[in-house]
Write a protein that binds this ligand. Structure first.
Ligand SMILES: Cc1cc2nc3c(=O)[nH]c(=O)nc-3n(C[C@H](O)[C@H](O)[C@H](O)COP(=O)(O)O)c2cc1C
Length: 189
């Protein structure tokens, strides 16, 4: 990707749970990303990545997953709150890359059955993002009481999320552009 080409912003659906409501959130975000000019996206579903659980970290590379992250300018993480933390499988998957994340932007969308929109899982993920070399933004997505937010076909029921998501994505895109410029033009000492 070059400074002038489209930004590539994959969305990672961070849970393999059967019946996951986060899937609706991920598809909503994918739709909002696709609507925008100058952005290419793809959905990465942790359920479809089959990493061994008898090892961990960069010993477990999936060539396609690593190549996708390497090409990315930014990531959107869609993360349900499980006991105030993040799904273990998401961490296992994220840990398989390292250099691929460096100086890329990340925006986190918390998803919860409760009323706090995954704020606790987001707070718990922030230090992990930093250690991976990702650059967080100061907007999040907070999808509260997600069981009431979408109809059975996944259609969003509360239009307020359109405006909030627009703010979130604008900030993410700004950071993605700045970091792309930096990666391409600002030498590391
Ligand atoms: C193991 C587990 C722990 C959970 N812990 C919380 C929690 O701490 N706070 C909360 O609001 N919802 C919690 N939930 C509910 C999820 O947030 C809810 O299932 C929501 O739909 C998002 O997760 P999903 O994508 O798996 O559906 C938990 C669900 C599971 C399966």
């Amino acid at each position: 990707m070059t400074t002038s080409g489209p930004l590539f912003i994959p969305a990672i659906l961070g849970t393999p749970r059967q019946g996951r409501m986060s899937e609706h959130v991920a598809h909503f975000l994918l739709g909002e990303l696709t609507k925008r000019d100058g952005i290419e996206t793809v959905l990465i579903d942790v359920r479809t990545l089959s990493f061994s659980i008898t090892d961990a970290g960069e010993a477990l590379k999936d060539a396609q997953f690593s190549a996708t992250i390497m090409l990315a300018d930014a990531l959107v993480l869609v993360v349900p709150e499980y006991n105030h933390g993040y799904p273990g499988l998401l961490k296992h998957v994220l840990d398989t890359n390292l250099k691929e994340y460096i100086h890329k932007a990340v925006g986190i969308c918390g998803v919860s059955a409760g009323g706090f929109g995954g704020t606790r899982v987001i707070q718990n993920l922030l230090p992990v993002m930093r250690e991976l070399g990702l650059v967080t933004i100061f907007w999040d997505g907070n999808f509260s009481t997600v069981q009431n937010l979408f109809d059975a076909s996944g259609r969003l029921q509360d239009p307020a999320y359109l405006k909030r998501t627009d703010k979130f994505l604008k900030e993410l895109v700004w950071m993605a552009k700045v970091l792309r410029y930096g990666r391409e033009n600002v030498p590391r000492e």
